[in-house]
Design a protein around this ligand. Sequence first.
Ligand SMILES: Nc1ncnc2c1ncn2[C@@H]1O[C@H](COP(=O)(O)OS(=O)(=O)O)[C@@H](OP(=O)(O)O)[C@H]1O
Ligand SMILES: Nc1ncnc2c1ncn2[C@@H]1O[C@H](COP(=O)(O)OP(=O)(O)O)[C@@H](O)[C@H]1O
Length: 246
Amino acid sequence: MGSTNITWHHGAFTREERQKELNQKVITDTISIAAYYLCPSFILIRGYLMIQQLIHSLSIRSISSKSQGLTIWFTGLSASGKSTLASALEQHLVSIKVPAYRLDGDNIRFGLNKDLGFGPEARTENIRRIAEVSKLFADSTQIAITAFISPYISDRDAARKLHEESNIPFVEVFADAPLSVVEERDPKGLYKKAKAGEIKEFTGISAPYEAPLNPEVHIHTDKVSIDEGVQIILDYLRKNEYIPAL
Ligand SMILES: Nc1ncnc2c1ncn2[C@@H]1O[C@H](COP(=O)(O)OS(=O)(=O)O)[C@@H](OP(=O)(O)O)[C@H]1O
Ligand SMILES: Nc1ncnc2c1ncn2[C@@H]1O[C@H](COP(=O)(O)OP(=O)(O)O)[C@@H](O)[C@H]1O
């Protein structure tokens, strides 16, 4: 497993933080250029700034030429770690200037899909719409990161097909933790309610979850840390040249 000195946060990521991360390099470059012209007499400083400027422009070029749109599709039980990993991954990608955007229950289930429940047909329609939206994000050369249970193999396969028909890579990431572990985590108390019969058709308790047979990335979230999980995904993305090498 590769490693990086860059750390990532596991909480929510605001629009302002995203803007700050993506603009930072441009600001640094602007400062370098201004300083270069303001200090023409200091040959050493000029030399240093010129080298710095060259490194910056090369790194920007290498990122923009190698980044490409794709969808990273998390699947797994409730509390398996999809949102946690998706959020940390999104923040890390943006911190290295790779545009990424996460779609999850907070911005989809309460908006575009607020008319949908949790019966089999509603879940299929939920995933169909999310697949269409993520494909559009990926088509705009961003990395779309989706974090939904997506319990049915046929629905995930349909999402994959939709992407592959447009030559957009689709990376399925299985956030895998045994039911006993997610029941123990139960961060929202939903398993407790489901077992008490207060929530109907709850995935893993009273509704099915069909685990992926051959996901691109398989993360055992009960065995690796959050940071290690993110690193496994980054290693996969680098190995396949979806993001620039370190
Ligand atoms: N019946 C039932 N089954 C499963 N989950 C339920 C249910 N009712 C509400 N919730 C909450 O909704 C979140 C799952 O929504 P998803 O859009 O990811 O589900 S699905 O992909 O359509 O199956 C899920 O959030 P996560 O815990 O983040 O997965 C739950 O908080
Ligand atoms: N290795 C790990 N990877 C991801 N989450 C983990 C891990 N270990 C513990 N957790 C915890 O498990 C919980 C997973 O919740 P969440 O990310 O909301 O899951 P989901 O989106 O799949 O419902 C979080 O409280 C997270 O801190």
